[in-house]
Design a binder for this molecule. Structure first.
Ligand code: ARG
Length: 459
């Protein structure tokens, strides 16, 4: 196939190198954005009388026809086109004849590919934000049903203090909110037009960069043409923000994997989200959270890949940039798929074993701090109270008893300020309820958080 640039050369490209050089197999993803970018450019060429308005209309109609054909499945971009930009240009020339050759006036594939990628990513960021909101809603609905469900809280994966299960779930809603905020922030920097920077230096053709930027919905234009075609910061930022989304999903996955073990038994997987083993008939495996946890690795890998691709590149465009697309595309797919899967898992995949949860907080020493706090309320200095309770726990361990199993007299042996109400104060429910500091797990605080998230997410 003759190339747009073939007059400059005597021989054709080595067939393997032709494949090696080509990006059409993946950058065909950008077809709609490439067409929109070209439509905006063609319109601007007409408005600025670089081509006639009539010519601009014919080109735009041709591009729209290509879009329709593509959407109807009648046009499939493919090799031997080198990339989506040439592919569309060739197709346009086939369709409307030599006039199609005027489209590329005053631009380069370098500003074109940057524009396409930003348009594509801007749309995908909006879709990912919506998926995060869906997951927040699923978590909120589960939290709302579990305000009074108690769950052991851990530090060092050792029982620490009991929690409202809703409080635990709300923590993930908060993390996801930061993920949304970060995506909005990235979106602002994605939403800047490089179009009109041309190859690297701008152009002597009297283009109007603001006209194309406005038509494509960009908030601003790049001020420096070299920076415009060389900047991939936005891609790194997006994949970094995505890495944090995956980190949050992976931590939640890890917790769910623990919860559904026989050892924890805090939840059971429904058949919708569990798979069996090929060998062991008793197994019900948590493949969904395991896959999410596992897929986190590839997104981290894409971040590393992008940083490495960019780090040694002299200004301006280098073909290395062609390697930016697959990491970006795969990050979007992975994050979107994992958000959808986690949403299904939270909505339909888990049965919360409330009885087991309650039993678990009743059978541990996670109310020890409350014993110390009790003495503090009777004017005992905290450090002294802490030591006293340490001795009480030691006694209980040696006698295989829990705190609640001691008699009042036994408590009073350690400190005479203990009174009958101590038993009431260390029930798990009261222990949770009493942590009413702002942001704490006390039911009043958690109710406030639930109400505030409901008004934010459900209106
Ligand atoms: N397929 C190329 C890419 O993705 C398009 C830009 C090519 N520009 C160039 N000067 N060779 O980066």
């Amino acid at each position: 196939m003759s190339k747009a640039w073939s007059n400059r050369f005597d021989k054709s490209l080595d067939p393997f190198i032709e494949q090696f050089n080509s990006s059409i197999n993946f950058d065909k993803n950008l077809i709609i954005e490439d067409l929109d970018c070209s439509i905006a450019h063609a319109r601007m060429l007409g408005i600025n009388q670089i081509i006639s308005v009539k010519e601009s209309e014919i080109i735009i109609n041709g591009l729209n026809e290509i879009k329709n054909e593509y959407l109807k499945g009648e046009f499939l971009p493919c090799f031997p086109s080198e990339d989506i930009h040439y592919c569309i240009e060739e197709k346009l020339i086939n369709l409307i004849g030599d006039l199609g050759k005027k489209l590329h006036t005053g631009r380069s594939r370098n500003d074109q590919v940057g524009t396409d990628l930003r348009l594509w990513l801007r749309k995908k960021i909006d879709e990912i934000i919506d998926l995060i909101i869906d997951l927040q809603k699923a978590l909120l609905s589960l939290a709302d049903k579990n305000l009074y469900t108690l769950i052991p809280g851990y530090t060092h994966l050792q029982r620490a203090q009991p929690l409202s299960f809703a409080h635990h779930l709300l923590a993930y809603i908060e993390m996801l909110q930061r993920d949304i905020d970060r995506l909005h922030d990235v979106r602002d920097r994605v939403n800047i037009s490089p179009l009109g920077a041309a190859a690297l230096a701008g152009t002597k053709i009297k283009i109007d960069r603001f006209v194309t930027a406005k038509e494509l919905g960009f908030k601003d234009i790049y001020k420096n043409s070299l920076d415009a075609v060389s900047d991939r910061d936005f891609a790194v930022e997006f994949v970094a923000a995505s890495s944090l989304i995956m980190t949050h999903l992976s931590r939640l996955s890890e917790e769910i994997i623990l919860w559904v073990t026989d050892e924890f038994s805090f939840a059971t997987l429904t058949d919708k989200c569990a798979t069996g083993s090929s060998l062991m008939p008793q197994k019900k495996n948590p493949d969904v959270p395991e896959l999410i946890r596992g897929k986190t690795g590839r997104v981290f890998g894409h971040l590393q890949a992008l940083l490495t691709i960019i780090k040694g590149l002299p200004l301006a465009y280098n073909k290395d940039f062609q390697e930016d697309k697959e990491p970006i595309f795969d990050t979007v797919k992975t994050v979107a798929d994992c958000l959808k899967a986690m949403n299904i898992l939270i909505k339909d995949g888990l049965i919360i074993e409330k009885e087991n949860l309650l039993r678990s907080v009743e059978e541990d020493f996670s109310n020890s701090t409350d014993l110390a706090d009790y003495l503090v309320s009777k004017n005992v200095p905290f450090r002294e109270a802490y030591q006293t309770v340490g001795s009480i726990v030691k006694l209980c361990l040696s006698r295989k008893k829990l705190l609640k199993d001691l008699s009042l007299a036994e408590f009073q042996n350690f400190n005479e300020k203990f009174e009958e109400d101590i038993f009431e104060k260390i029930t798990p429910r009261n222990v949770v309820d009493s942590r009413n500091s702002i942001g704490g797990t006390g039911f009043e605080q958690v109710s406030l958080q639930l109400t505030s998230w409901k008004s934010k997410l459900l209106n």
